[in-house]
Design a protein. Structure first.
Length: 107
């Protein structure tokens, strides 16, 4: 019975940590870039695009497809950075807990 109470206490503690982490994640920002910095995308921790910057040298009517590809690459770069930050924060928070590898937590 004592083990069950201890486990429930740890679960409540973990829930509070996850809630605090979700609030922290919401305030995260990461900027991805492509084309040597010609295109930059900034995402929030919720993967919402906050800003997009395109170097004026790219804005030519016959090169629209190139700009589109660079925007996608910059967005994906920023998304990858946010995901890496989330993984690191989750790893720090769950250190020592018997969580199976690859288990997705509620974020």
């Amino acid at each position: 019975m004592k083990d069950l109470l201890g486990l429930m206490g740890k679960a409540r503690e973990m829930q509070a940590k996850f809630q605090a982490m979700q609030e922290e994640v919401a305030s995260l920002e990461a900027t991805g870039q492509s084309g040597g910095g010609l295109v930059q995308v900034t995402l929030t921790g919720k993967f919402e695009m906050k800003s997009l910057k395109i170097d004026p040298s790219l804005v030519k009517p016959d090169e629209a497809e190139i700009v589109e590809d660079l925007v996608l690459a910059a967005h994906n770069d920023a998304k990858t950075k946010i995901e890496q930050i989330l993984q690191e924060k989750t790893r720090e928070m769950t250190a020592g807990l018997p969580i199976p590898p690859g288990m997705k937590l509620p974020f």
